[in-house]
Design a protein around this ligand. Sequence first.
Ligand code: UDP
Ligand code: MG
Length: 315
Amino acid sequence: MDNSILAIVVPCYNEEEVLPQTNQQLTALLNGMMRDGLVGEGSYILYVNDGSRDRTWQLIEQYSGNDQHVRGLKLAGNVGHQNALMAGLDTARQDADVTVSIDADLQDDINAIPEMVKKYNDGCDIVYGVRRKRTTDTFFKRTTAQMFYKFMTSMGVKSVYNHADFRLMSRRAVDALCQYEERNLFLRGLVPLLGYKTDSVYYDRLERQAGESKYPLSKMLSFAIDGVTSFSVKPLRLIFDLGLIFLLISLGILVYVIVALCEGRGVQGWASLMLSIWFVGGCVLICLSIIAAYIGRIYTEGKHRPRYNIEKYLK
Ligand code: UDP
Ligand code: MG
């Protein structure tokens, strides 16, 4: 068991600023783990270049040329973090017994990796890296991330709180994950569905070592929508609730109108009519857009396009 081949999968998009540090720390860690006999000699780091437009790939080429424990996977274009990660895992499962995925920016404490591997050796198939606190993140990042988790839970998506994509997965867990063929990937929602034995390792979230976040608010929003629409149909049910509320309101108005007529008061109509028309119209459009979001998913899923294309694999 203790001679398992470990692959550390690192998706990289325009990470030239942080990659030298990342590579230095990860190779030191991996060498240490191999020396201690925690993982097998053939273990490696797999950088997945997600169509970077800077010198990221040149750096990866250089590292993998100098070190037999570093590999590089070059995707043919930018496919996004989740798909890039999936490309890395799918490639690593060819010859690795166990994978650890981690972001290139070293925000997740790499020293949690040996602990994860120990839990794997104890029989866990999935080990989540969970942030203890995130005081190092900016206030904005922290609150938006918190809102993100709250929103997801309220929409019925099960995911591990404060866990991103820093996790260990055994080969059979990755094999199982690869059977989930959806194109709208939301890995942290999918992994708990696999059902294998899981555990968590806790660490303090660090600051991004260099470069800037590749997840601006707009990307976070579409990530949240992806998450909700691929795991829950609760929004569709909420439309029904909204319809019910509107019906009740209209009943109330009906009663009011009848009473007013009986009392011989003329009903003053213009303002309330205008407001109702725009209000109801707005609600109907919002509901339509929710339904449209699901139809959009069906559309993209139905095409079964490949998630990524590989341009080069440097072993
Ligand atoms: N990333 C990627 N493709 C993208 C965007 C990001 O592979 O289109 C990678 C990025 O290089 C990093 C990880 O995904 O390794 C997480 O990105 P980032 O650290 O910018 O996100 P944050 O931590 O700010 O949420
Ligand atoms: Mg980050």
